[in-house]
Design a binder for this molecule. Structure first.
Ligand code: NDP
Ligand code: OXD
Length: 314
């Protein structure tokens, strides 16, 4: 029985080594150079691989996305009609919460302004609100959104979140559905996107949406943080909002086009923090252990966990 590592932009050898260790009874193959006989492949472990590479395996039973997001798979026509499992793992969740907390604190503690002062050799303190006076709102209260929300609530931020369906999370005001989006935005100073990219969330964060954020907050203007997907933001609108003061600042890890083209005006905006889609990287050791455990359970007759709902797209 074989499994296929089909990754683009990542080193397949790092994954093959870990999977070989965790699943020694399976032969590990790699796309595109070492596929071998496709009929022997039962599992594909994919990150941004073309659907044709997976469709070429006639006996494929399960596709494991090597990331939490699955838009890289579901957006492709011709994906084999087999169950898709996504990553839900404490290692990845902790990495994302670190990044989100880092960015929220960076804006809350006015780090961009202090860094500018440092460049000029200026020693001047700025008025500093308490965390409880700053309203953070998370778009998406799934595995990642809920964990980040709890961490921010522990830091005493005034935290809310928005999801499709109703949620209950201690210390977090939960809003649901389009009907409650405006109320959620109107009470938000720092908006954090952790939504999956689906047809419904595509282009959601546009000029109109950021214009509905609170303008009476302790930070002197709303901030947008995105670690979900770049396809959920309209970058031309963000540039306009960041330039005309509708947004005070932004931290962006994901972009409409990745790598972010050198021609993007976002690079030059001093009120923008850019990271190259690294908020929560998939660690080959942790994620291989997770996949191996799922394959073992499945082969013993158990259920696959964290299956993607192809109808909703996440
Ligand atoms: P989950 O599936 O656990 O959570 C998704 C959340 O989004 C849920 O709360 C869901 O609502 C909500 N949601 C989905 N569609 C809508 C909608 N139309 N309106 C309102 N709410 C909606 O995903 P994760 O938390 O595990 O991951 C979120 C995303 O983070 C991934 O899809 C990926 O794009 C991104 N990511 C980015 C990384 C990076 O390094 N930048 C790393 C890892 C992930 P409900 O709960 O009601 O269903
Ligand atoms: C993911 C990602 O979806 O890294 O896991 O973007």
């Amino acid at each position: 029985m074989s499994l296929l590592i089909a990754v683009k932009g990542w080193n397949p050898a790092a994954w093959a080594a870990r999977l070989g260790k965790h699943l020694p009874e399976h032969e590990v193959r790699s796309w595109p150079d070492a596929i071998g006989e496709p009929a022997a492949i039962r599992y594909a472990l994919a990150w941004k691989a073309p659907a044709e590479a997976l469709a070429a395996c006639p006996n494929l039973e399960v596709i494991f996305s090597l990331g939490a997001g699955v838009d890289h798979l579901l957006a492709q026509p011709g994906l084999p009609d087999v169950p898709v499992v996504r990553v839900v793992d404490p290692d990845l969740t902790a990495r994302m919460t670190e990044w989100v907390v880092l960015q929220v604190l960076l804006h809350h503690r006015q780090h961009l302004a202090y860094a500018a002062q440092q460049r000029e050799g200026v020693w001047r303190d700025l008025e500093q609100p308490a965390a409880r006076q700053v309203r953070v709102g998370l778009l998406g209260l799934g595995v990642l959104g809920a964990d980040a929300a709890k961490a921010l609530a522990r830091l005493r931020f005034d935290v809310a979140g928005w999801a499709r369906g109703p949620k209950r999370i201690d210390g977090v005001a939960c809003y649901a559905g389009e009907g409650e989006l405006d109320a959620f935005l109107a009470r938000t100073d720092i908006l954090v996107n952790l939504l999956p990219l689906t047809p419904e969330t595509h282009g959601l964060v546009d000029y109109g949406l950021v214009s509905r954020l609170a303008r009476d907050g302790a930070l002197g203007g709303p901030v947008f943080i995105n670690a979900g997907r770049g396809g959920s933001q309209v970058e031309a609108d963000l540039v306009r909002a960041l330039t005309d003061g509708t947004l005070k600042a932004a931290s962006l890890d994901v972009f409409e086009t990745e790598p972010l083209p050198a021609s993007s005006p976002l690079w030059a905006l001093e009120n923008v923090v850019i990271t190259p889609h690294v908020a929560a990287e998939s660690d080959p050791e942790a994620i291989s252990a997770y996949v191996a455990e799922q394959i073992r359970a499945y082969e013993a007759g158990g259920e696959l966990r964290n299956l993607v709902d192809k109808a909703t797209g996440y």
